[in-house]
Ligand binder design. Structure first.
Ligand code: ADP
Ligand code: MG
Length: 862
């Protein structure tokens, strides 16, 4: 036995103890002996100290220190050990003692600071996992007590603040990782380093998908193969390691939401074309930024809109102020245009990869402050309030640095003449030497009569004199030949050698001294590091605000009124991007009226190309603009603050990942339905388009019903569909209102007015749209005849069922007998009680049944 004190007699019981202890060396082993959990050796010493219990001995020789706690009241002891950062392995008796043979024992559980859940009230069991990913941190939080697992990706500062308020007992991190020193910590917790593979996004995603039997974590709103999925799996894996088995009470992963930002679900930024690099996007439409910092910040503001009223008020006040004061805005923007990217310059300098030009960028920007800062009065003052006085650094850089600076610190020419006497002295030596060389050349030319004598320098021979071939006969004897060229020869002289030594010396001293001075400047800049970072943020924010004010002026945006009503009222709302690219015709403004707890669901019908999708996206963009601090393209607006925007738009194939359109659609829809809140905006555009008509309609129908009453909260919903049958739901649910796109028919032609009106669309105008698109005449004619027949049959069908209740009448015709069965099956399902996997199974079975029905149907012939 390793490490045993001398003289210890190893009894069978002790050997059993040691065997288990060896398996859990990092834990305190609670060894069950009758009514006590006993601890031995170092464990006993440590525990007696932490728990303040007596340290005794097992044997008469006192070579085996021992301490114990009664098994029936072990909880408070466990709690104290865990709070002190210890992990405890609980080793229980698993056979009944018979007085003769040794009782069998086994470790059944490990209690660690992050997984311990106190039996009494109180919090505990908070486990977290964190890995850096590019510029972000992926973070997973697991509350062992409730089984809630959340994961997300955040900028480091935000990840750390979320972590701080979650206050985990343990934090899993990749080996070698350490937290920033200034980490704002609520309680104490313990780092658990694990190898990188423990957090692998790929195998983590696989594990989670298997555990919960889902095709994609997208079902829960978490990206497959993402670092946050890797973190979530790591936390779960660690928990199951300590619990010795499956962790059944963790049933899914939730997207971890920012406490500060509006959540845009995975596909939303893409669907809404927020920051597309190519082509028109919200970014390109708002970007009047004058410097690189502002452009970066604008992107960030677009992708991370705010959740709280106070910081938004500061942004809106600033835009209003800049909009009202045109002169101030113009002067400010001119100065901002001259600002260099000091954020990058500062980080390069502090990383040690900075160049003299980065230093120059600081100087050039600091020079602007005396004229720039006084412009930031009134509503703009919050943006500059915590900045230090930069004049010591600014003055120093102004005095020290040359106007034009080299990229390479070693190439010289950094420090200005007159700044440092020592440097100037060596430079004078160099200049003096150069003057000497001129004079020397003159002298030798005169002495030798070689009028075209030249001086030069190369790396191998240093300084030399060059004589052309024709003049070689006049070369004096003390010239030492060094190199022969085609037309000339090169020589050195003793005077040249002396000169060279002097030059070398001066050169060395100059670069030494310049290097010293440059280092001193770098230190001085490093001293201002935090201030410079804050200044970078301020200049970036001011640039964005001025840009937003500029756009508001150009395009007539107004300030949205924000409150906590949960309403969304807009008159004359316009799509910010579409209105900029429409050239032929003006954009038709539309209004929105969604009430927090009244009519909060819009069911929008209308023909293709009538403007449904645009109407939906406009709502999302108006909210996003308002919550990033911008004014919005509308006549007026009053709205509550939203916390999530979900979008499910069109039939979008995720070919790269090999999922079918329909699968993608269902995964996105499932994710939306499982993450709703009262303050969510849900945009569902043509849900169910990716599958057969009846499947599609059934799903759309069920989803709409769920949103209207089954989802347990009151999200605002904009639902566009080409299934006119759904419009009957308005009568059944007070929260639903039917709207449609106005169409004008004139002389057999149709015109889209892009105007949203009350009521449902009466027809789909599909064939008219087909004509607009240039489908061949015979095809159009045949389609038209078929339509007439279908409509006729539909009418006779509905006549036969005239007695049905009004809210079902028009729709039920679609569902005679066999169809009725499908409908009933659907009606009986309880979506809340289904796992996403079961839901999908049900969908497939419904689809099979529907196809059967369709197969039995006669297609009319002419
Ligand atoms: P739908 O979803 O009904 O098929 P879209 O929203 O895709 O229709 O709109 C089709 C086209 O109509 C858009 O590309 C846009 O150019 C134009 N459009 C949509 N809404 C408006 C509007 N309010 N004013 C002017 N043109 C519009
Ligand atoms: Mg559309």
């Amino acid at each position: 036995m390793r490490g045993l004190p001398p003289g210890v007699k190893v009894t069978p019981m002790l050997s059993q103890y040691l065997e288990w202890k060896e398996k859990y060396p990092h834990c305190i082993l609670f060894f069950r002996m009758g009514d006590f959990y006993e601890m031995f050796f170092d464990d006993a010493r440590k525990a007696s100290e932490i728990l303040d219990i007596t340290l005794t001995a097992r044997d008469p020789d006192k070579s085996i220190p021992m301490a114990g706690v009664p098994w029936h009241s072990m909880q408070p002891y466990l709690a104290r050990l865990v709070r002190a950062g210890c992990s405890v392995a609980i080793c229980d008796q698993i056979t009944e003692p018979d007085g003769r043979t040794l009782v069998e024992r086994k470790v059944v559980r490990i209690v660690t600071p992050g997984t311990y859940v106190p039996e009494e009230a109180g919090t505990g069991g908070h486990l977290a996992a964190l890995i850096p990913s590019g510029e972000f941190y992926a973070l997973a939080l697991l509350s062992v007590e409730t089984g809630r697992l959340e994961a997300g990706l955040f900028p480091p500062s935000e990840a750390l603040s979320i972590l701080g308020s979650f206050a985990p007992g343990e934090l899993l991190v990749p080996s070698g990782f350490s937290l920033p020193k200034d980490f704002p910590l609520a309680g104490e917790f313990f780092l658990l380093p694990r190898p990188k593979e423990f957090f692998s996004p790929l195998s983590g995603t696989r594990l989670l998908k298997q555990t919960w039997k889902v095709a994609s974590l997208g079902t829960f709103g978490v990206r497959d193969d993402s670092p946050e999925a890797g973190c979530a799996a790591a936390a779960l894996r660690y928990l199951s390691e300590t619990q010795f088995g499956a962790v059944d009470h963790v049933r899914r992963v939730h997207p971890l939401l920012s406490r500060e930002h509006l959540l845009l679900d995975g596909a939303t930024a893409e669907h809404l074309e927020l920051v597309d690099e190519e082509g028109p996007s919200l970014f390109s439409c708002l970007n009047r930024c004058r410097n690189a910092m502002g452009k970066r910040m604008l992107r960030e503001w677009i992708l991370r809109p705010l959740l709280h009223a106070d910081p938004l008020k500061i942004r809106h006040d600033s835009v209003e102020f800049l909009l009202a004061e045109g002169d101030r805005r113009r002067s400010l923007r001119n100065l901002l245009g001259e600002c260099r990217d000091i954020q990058r310059a500062t980080s390069r300098l502090s990383l040690g990869t900075g160049t003299p030009r980065d230093m120059g960028a600081l100087r050039d920007t600091l020079r602007l402050l005396p004229s720039l800062l006084p412009l930031c009065e009134g509503a703009l003052s919050p943006w500059i309030k915590d900045l230090p006085d930069f004049s010591p650094l600014g003055d120093l850089l102004n005095e020290a640095l040359e106007e034009d600076l080299p990229r390479n610190p070693a190439s010289g020419g950094i420090i200005r003449r007159g700044f440092d006497p020592e440097l100037d002295e060596w430079r004078a030596v160099e200049t003096g030497a150069t003057d000497w060389l001129e004079a020397y050349l003159e002298r030798v030319r005169a002495e030798t009569g070689i009028s075209r004598l030249k001086a030069g320098f190369n790396k191998i021979y240093g300084y030399y004199l060059e004589v052309s071939r024709g003049a070689l006969s006049s070369v004096p004897g003390d010239f030492q030949r060094k190199q022969t060229l085609v037309n000339a020869e090169r020589f050195v002289t003793p005077e040249m050698k002396t000169f060279e030594e002097k030059m070398n010396r001066a050169g060395e001293e100059i670069s030494r001294r310049e290097g010293e001075l440059y280092d001193r400047l770098r230190q001085e800049a490093a001293f201002f590091l935090e201030g410079l970072q804050a200044l970078g943020e301020s200049l970036a924010s001011l640039d964005v605000l001025a840009s937003l004010a500029e756009v508001a002026r150009e395009r007539g945006y107004v300030r949205p009124e924000l409150d906590d009503s949960g309403d969304f009222f807009v008159t004359g709302g316009r799509h910010p991007v579409v209105e900029q690219i429409l050239t032929d015709s003006p954009f038709v403004p539309n209004s929105y009226s969604l009430e927090g707890d009244g009519k909060r669901i819009v069911l929008l019908t209308g023909p293709n190309m009538a403007g449904k999708s645009t109407y939906l996206r406009t709502a999302a963009l108006l909210i996003l603009l308002a919550q990033m601090g911008s004014f919005i393209p509308a006549e007026s607006a009053r709205m509550g603050l939203f916390d999530r925007i979900f979008t499910r738009i069109g039939a979008r194939d995720d070919l790269a990942r090999g999922s079918s359109t329909f699968m993608v659609e269902m995964v996105e829809t499932a994710s939306i339905l499982s993450n709703l809140t009262d303050r969510s905006l849900v945009i569902l555009d043509e849900v169910g388009r990716g599958t057969s008509t009846y499947d599609g309609m059934s799903i759309a129908w069920a989803v709409l019903e769920h949103l209207a009453e089954g989802c347990g909260c009151l999200p605002k919903v904009l639902f566009a569909t080409h299934f006119h049958e759904l419009t009957c739901l308005e009568e059944r649910f007070p929260s639903i209102v039917n709207l449609s796109m106005a169409v004008k028919e004139e002389g057999g032609e149709i015109f889209f007015l892009h105007q949203v009106v009350r009521g449902s669309a009466d027809r789909s105008y599909g064939i008219e749209v087909a004509r607009l698109a240039g489908l061949p005449r015979p095809v159009l004619k045949r389609a038209f005849d078929l339509l007439k027949r279908f409509e006729k049959e539909e009418r006779t069908g509905s006549m036969a069922r005239k007695k049905r209740p009004a809210d079902e009448g028009r729709q039920m015709k679609l569902f005679d007998s066999a169809r009725q069965g499908i409908l009933e099956e659907l009606a009986e399902t309880d979506p809340d009680g289904l796992t996403p996997f079961r839901a999908l199974e049900l969908l497939y079975s419904l689809r099979e049944k529907s196809r059967e029905v369709l197969r039995n149907e006669n297609i009319p012939s002419s």
